[in-house]
Design a protein around this ligand. Structure first.
Ligand SMILES: [Zn+2]
Length: 445
């Protein structure tokens, strides 16, 4: 309570952060009627469309090519006349996509390997970042967690606080303990449990499969006293069988959340777990079938998202390479935010080390692709314990120095018993379901 009511407000006041103000507004708006929320959403869509047409070279050209002006967009079917924005278009038109009046050096940047293994650079204002943080906070509370309470984070490449100042800040706002998905083994789990007993987190958040692995260890070790208020599964598809195991081990429901680096939080389950509430205050979300038409309730469709808040680098009809199912069902919680069923198309493969440790492919991609220049896309195939193949799509920024770094990184990771082979390819083929598998383990587990 001291963290929530004293430390955090002071921290926001000193940093002039609007996060708490945005959060309070979002806490209220979630209970507006769906009709009112959709009116707000449509008004914001009109604003971002007009703004982009006037201030953004990329969209001005795109509208003209489609023979459209902002005034022509009076309904969702009008919006569909504008082509979807693909990841490769986003990658290839980065500088054109920055609106007039915004300067790269003043914007926040995020670089991601994303769910498809292709690198992307994204830019947004600090205000937009605070809005996203406020939104995450609202949805984090749906798990039962309250701001200021300690958190256990289970994902790859955790950002451990490095300096005394950072450590103090974390302790004053919300202490975090970590389990690194780069290396989930018995030793790591034991030290995680030891820290848990000192810090007593009330929320576990992390990659679905990693939380599942932790649950398996806890079950096998008969450890039953890790009792958080909530478990938040993010960044990966939560497979029903894994969900059941997690829920059995911890004795509570998992809160499934879906989002991406490009637009942040897209949908999240509430405490009723009757579907995922769509974040329609910040996004306009379409589910589009192969023929370009919208999917009906219960039908799968590719997610196409318009970010209503990021004017610095607007994303209008951005195609997220995931498939989801919209639904007309209503949630019994009373919130006006509409529902979708779960995402149907995202599973990351984990690689295996000799000692049985599993390594999240998504974390390896983040560790290499986003740090070495020139890698456009990457795929890791573990043929056997002795052979790991890296398939790379590179551009002119890549050179042999980076190749050596890449090989050294993977050799060290697999403790020098695996041969690391690099193949250069022009492009990758998608799986039959339209998904790209960035990490494939061929070892029978
Ligand atoms: Zn609900």
């Amino acid at each position: 309570m001291i963290r929530r009511n004293i430390f955090e407000p002071i921290h926001c006041l000193i940093g002039k952060s609007p996060k708490l103000r945005h959060w309070k507004a979002l806490e209220i708006s979630q209970y507006l009627s769906e009709t009112t929320l959709r009116e707000i959403q449509w008004q914001r869509l009109g604003e971002i469309v007009r703004f982009s047409f006037e201030q953004n070279d990329f969209y001005r050209k795109r509208f003209r090519q489609a023979g459209l002006t902002p005034e022509d967009i009076r309904s969702p079917s009008d919006l569909r006349r504008l082509p979807v924005l693909t990841k490769s278009e986003l990658r290839n038109n980065m500088s054109e996509l920055i609106s007039r009046g915004y300067h790269l050096e003043k914007l926040q940047q995020s670089k991601t390997g994303g769910s498809t293994g292709k690198s992307l650079e994204l830019y947004f204002t600090e205000e937009c970042s605070e809005l996203r943080n406020a939104c995450s906070r609202r949805h984090d509370r749906w798990t039962g967690w309250e701001p200021g309470e300690p958190v256990a984070a289970i994902w790859g490449n955790p950002h451990y606080p490095a300096t005394v100042k950072e450590k103090l800040k974390q302790w004053m706002l919300s202490p975090v303990i970590y389990l690194d998905t780069m290396s989930v083994n018995e030793k790591a789990v034991l030290s995680f449990i030891e820290e848990w007993h000192k810090v007593r987190p009330t929320l576990i958040m992390g990659h679905a499969h990693s939380i599942f692995l932790l649950s398996q260890y806890l079950r096998d070790m008969s450890i039953k006293d890790l009792r958080p208020k909530g478990i938040l599964s993010t960044s990966m598809m939560l497979i029903p069988s894994e969900r059941r195991t997690i829920e059995e081990v911890f004795g509570l429901k998992v809160t499934d959340r879906y989002g991406c680096e490009e637009v942040s939080l897209i949908a999240c389950e509430c405490e009723k777990h009757e579907g995922m509430h769509l974040n329609i205050e910040h996004l306009f979300i379409e589910f589009i079938k192969d023929d370009g038409m919208p999917a009906a309730s219960g039908e799968p469709g590719i997610l196409v998202v318009t970010d209503l808040m990021n004017r610095a680098m607007p994303l209008i009809r951005y195609q997220v390479e995931d498939v989801g199912i919209p639904t007309d069902r209503k949630c019994s919680c009373g919130r006006g935010l509409p529902l979708m069923e779960s995402i149907t198309g995202r599973v990351a493969d984990f690689l295996l080390k000799k000692d049985g440790t599993r390594v999240a492919g998504v974390s390896l991609i983040e560790n290499t692709l986003t740090k070495l220049p020139g890698i456009v896309q990457m795929q890791i195939i573990q043929d056997s314990l002795e052979l790991v193949t890296l398939n790379l799509v590179v551009d002119t920024h890549f050179n042999t120095l980076y190749e050596d770094k890449l090989v050294n990184y993977f050799e060290a990771l697999f403790e020098h018993y695996a041969h690391i082979q690099i193949n250069y390819v022009d492009a990758f083929n998608c799986e039959d379901n339209g998904k790209f598998r960035f990490s494939i383990c061929k070892i029978k587990q």
